[in-house]
Ligand binder design. Structure first.
Ligand code: SF4
Length: 55
């Protein structure tokens, strides 16, 4: 699944808009629900600050 790297996240919301399963929630940084994420990689591709990694 995908993880948000807190130090890199600027809470821009770009990832949230592309997630096909609404796995990403807003906050001081964005969070990805591991039970919902299908590891499609869409969020990591669009993040402008390399804040999402897959592992
Ligand atoms: Fe959503 Fe895909 Fe990112 Fe998982 S990898 S949080 S399903 S956009």
């Amino acid at each position: 699944m995908a993880y948000v790297i807190g130090d890199n996240c600027i809470a821009c919301g770009t990832c949230m808009s592309v997630c096909p399963v609404d796995a990403i929630s807003e906050g001081d940084i964005y969070k990805i629900d591991p039970d919902t994420c299908i590891s499609c990689g869409s969020c990591a591709q669009v993040c402008p600050n390399d804040a999402i990694t897959e592992g």
